[in-house]
Design a protein around this ligand. Structure first.
Ligand SMILES: [Zn+2]
Ligand SMILES: [Zn+2]
Ligand SMILES: [Zn+2]
Length: 505
């Protein structure tokens, strides 16, 4: 009997070590929930997590918080006439967690996101004061737990309620906090990919100032199984052939964006002479001499580095280089090297930001009245020039446009979906501005560029950033300008949602 109990405890602790502990969740029975009027199920894992506040007084004990949760349920069912309490989970000021609809049931928390997201409500009013640390930590660990349980996608996105509809929720103070929560990507642990133990370990002094990009000059892979097999091959070669203590790289990234822990964040690797004791080495599986890495792989590497900064493992003013900048090698391949070089010219941060009330009702089409571009590098260079001009010459806070679209259909985030731009007087706080790179007085944009803008607008509607019955106009319909050029203007007048208006009001 004693042995069994001991074994049970040990097993639980080991699971906690591998999977991270889920917080204690008070069940519906525990807070004495009413039965739902009806239930429908999510298709997990979901892609979205949405943060709310209850805009009520706070609570800091099971008794008071459970009472609030019961009150919310009564209001949602009896006044709002919903099937059940709206939220997926609720979190008290003491960090206690209450099951609302739970992981797998569709909630009523956020229009457009209910069937592909989970809504987390922090009990309290966080308009001007921030939640307690214990309450914030509880939400974070609850979401991490959802990822581990595969209820939430490892690539999930997190937003505040106000990013989905016009509402103050989750309060300005809480909103300011969650915008600084970049979720770290899922990292497959050494145990998960079947690593051999290292022959020796030495530790870095984090945060490190250098990040070094490699390619494996290997076959590519696009599933956990095939990538994990390659990572084991690399480790075997590094230990058995090169005589190193362990796999050389800090992290290895598969073509599908899967991330494998090599030496990890805090251990000295064997990836780049001169940088091993003050840097981290990131290896792209595949051969990128002439092939372009998939977006999933590039995004995963960037998310991973951002996560390292967030965790305090990489200095926030870190330097990024390719292996070839340290020693004579082709690595990371010419094509990947070209891409990371472009990343080095990062956009300037804005001088100020203000937020839209999404979804917005207006979309405004512009042309840049510039030269055309047809590659990522040349288009990105032009977008940076627009930003410099708008900030330095016009004195604006940032590039004026919400999005900029290159001749080959590449889409560049300007102010993005949810920030007020400086593109169209009268429409900046109620609309989004889309700029075609090029000059379209007499020449028409390429079909691929036109398609990219239309797809981008449809995407904005799907994301709840643009209302479904939005209006579309050309810049010239708002102010005295030729923009977006006669040829492009003629085209957009036949687009869906174009409206024949002149000047607002
Ligand atoms: Zn809300
Ligand atoms: Zn290398
Ligand atoms: Zn314009």
């Amino acid at each position: 009997m004693k042995l069994l109990v001991f074994f049970g405890l040990l097993a639980i602790n080991l699971l906690d070590l591998v999977f991270g502990a889920c917080p204690r969740i008070y069940t519906r029975a525990e807070w004495k929930a009413r039965a739902p009027k009806s239930v429908s199920y999510l298709s997990n894992p979901v892609s979205w997590t949405i943060i709310h506040h209850s805009a009520s007084v706070g609570c800091s004990s099971f008794a008071t918080c459970a009472k609030f949760v019961k009150d919310f349920q009564a209001q949602h069912m009896d006044t709002n006439l919903w099937d059940d309490i709206g939220y997926s989970f609720l979190i008290g000021g003491d960090g206690s967690v209450y099951e609302g609809r739970g992981w797998s049931r569709v909630g009523s928390h956020t229009p457009n996101y209910n069937s592909n997201g989970l809504g987390f409500c922090l009990i309290g009013d966080f308009t001007s004061k921030a939640p307690a640390t214990v309450q914030l930590e509880a939400v974070k660990s609850l979401i991490a737990c959802g990822v581990e349980k595969k209820m939430i996608s490892a690539q999930y996105k997190l937003i505040g309620h106000r990013q989905a509809k016009a509402t103050e929720c989750p309060g300005q103070a809480l909103y300011n906090i969650i915008t600084k929560w970049p979720p770290c990507p899922r990292i497959y642990s050494r145990a998960e990919w079947g690593a051999r133990p290292p022959n020796g370990v030495s530790y870095l002094s984090n945060p490190v100032p250098w990040t070094i990009i490699h390619h494996a000059a290997s076959a590519s892979c696009s599933s956990f199984d095939t990538c994990a097999k390659l990572v084991r091959d690399f480790q075997n070669q590094h230990i058995d052939v090169n005589g190193w203590n362990d796999i050389g790289y800090s992290f290895v990234i598969g073509g599908d964006g899967s991330i494998f822990e090599g030496r990890g964040w805090d251990k000295v690797g064997a990836h780049t002479p001169g940088y091993n004791s003050n840097g981290l080495g990131f290896c792209f599986i595949g051969n990128y001499v002439s092939n372009t890495p998939p977006d999933a792989q590039l995004n995963a590497a960037q998310d991973l580095i951002a996560c390292g900064v967030d965790l305090g493992m990489i200095a926030s003013n870190y330097n990024l280089i390719g292996h070839r900048q340290a020693v004579a090698t082709e690595c990371p391949g010419q094509r990947l090297y070209d891409i990371i070089k472009a990343l080095l010219t990062l956009p300037r941060p804005p001088n100020g930001v203000s937020y839209l009330n999404n979804p917005v009702d207006w979309t405004v089409i512009h042309h840049a009245e510039s030269a055309a571009c047809s590659t990522f590098d040349s288009c990105a260079e032009m977008v940076r020039q627009f930003q410099n001009f708008h900030m330095d010459e016009n004195g604006w806070n940032d590039i004026g446009y919400s999005f900029v679209i290159g001749g080959e259909g590449s889409v560049f985030e300007g102010r993005g979906w949810d920030k007020v731009g400086a593109h169209t007087p009268g429409y900046n706080s109620i609309g989004l501005g889309f700029c075609f790179i090029g000059n379209f007085f007499s020449v028409e944009p390429t079909q691929v560029q036109q398609n990219a803008v239309q797809e981008l607008i449809s995407c904005g509607v799907e994301l709840g950033m643009i209302s479904g019955d939005y209006n579309l106009i050309g810049h010239r319909q708002a102010v005295d300008t030729d923009c977006p050029g006669d040829a492009l203007y003629d085209i957009i007048t036949s687009w869906p949602h174009w409206v024949n208006v002149l000047r607002l009001e």
